[in-house]
Design a protein around this ligand. Structure first.
Ligand SMILES: [Zn+2]
Length: 257
């Protein structure tokens, strides 16, 4: 089986207080065009479910586009581009903050508090082929709270999204990439089939369906950097990366011989 690349975006906006989490729309379009030109097949998480449940091989060069948090700009800025190029995507929603603002951003990072999309935005996209996943009810650090509270954050979020969008929600994404064995188990118990971590890398035959790997794309990643990240399955954007990689391969070979 060829490896599946899952890319993680956050905000798609011209307002870029924190470029790690915000990519400007023109650059996002360049990224999508680049992937298309490189012959990537844009797929949804269904291909992973089909592979895990029915052993159906995913298409060669599969890529899944994901957005964490559910910012309103995913609707206003990313969706028109996704529509234009017929690219499927999955947006992970913070269910209690829909139509409100991303309050957790005040504590978490220097970024301005952004507006979250409304249920009407999400429903419109859901009816046009965009998938949605769960990202807890309030964007908590699941490992910092009691297990019962964490279970409510996970299961409650699934229920709320399913209620509003009228469809089953299969995929979860751990806020801040934080999880523990208990949290992973709670995600499965809540009925999620798959979950995304923020661990970089590719997903191949031996993938862990509750800790899928994703490559983080930031607003400073040129097409060249994106290309490098996808080739090496890493979040590192350094130009030294290919050099380090080949050096480690050479060292490995030297040790073996
Ligand atoms: Zn998040």
């Amino acid at each position: 089986m060829s490896r599946i690349v899952i890319l993680m975006y956050h905000s798609i906006s011209l307002e870029q207080h924190d470029k790690r989490f915000s990519c400007n729309p023109a650059l996002f379009e360049q990224h999508m065009l680049f992937l298309k030109q490189q012959g990537f097949n844009f797929v949804s998480f269904n291909v992973i479910a089909d592979y895990l449940e029915h052993n159906i091989e995913p298409p060669e060069k599969s890529v899944i586009i994901t957005f964490d948090d559910g910012f309103e700009d995913n609707y206003t800025n990313a969706w028109p581009i996704l529509k234009e190029y017929e690219i499927p995507a999955t947006i992970f929603l913070v269910s209690h903050l829909m139509g409100k603002t991303g309050e957790w951003l005040k504590k978490a990072r220097s970024d301005n508090v952004k507006k979250m999309m409304s249920w009407a935005n999400a429903l419109e996209m859901a009816n046009s082929g965009i998938d949605f996943g769960g990202h807890t009810s309030t964007h908590v650090k699941l490992t910092d709270i009691g297990l019962n509270e964490a279970k409510q954050e996970i299961a409650g979020c699934k229920k709320t999204i399913e209620h509003h969008l009228g469809r089953e929600i299969d995929v979860f994404a751990y806020p801040y990439g934080l999880y523990s064995d208990d949290i992973i188990q709670s995600v499965a118990q809540a009925g999620f089939k798959m979950a995304c971590s923020t661990r970089p890398g590719f997903n191949s035959k031996v993938m862990d369906k509750l800790l899928l790997r994703r490559i983080e794309v930031s607003g400073t990643d040129s097409v060249t950097v994106l290309k490098r990240k996808i080739i090496f399955g890493t979040n590192e954007s350094s130009i030294m990366l290919p050099l380090k990689y080949y050096l480690s391969q050479i060292l490995k070979r030297l040790k073996l011989s």
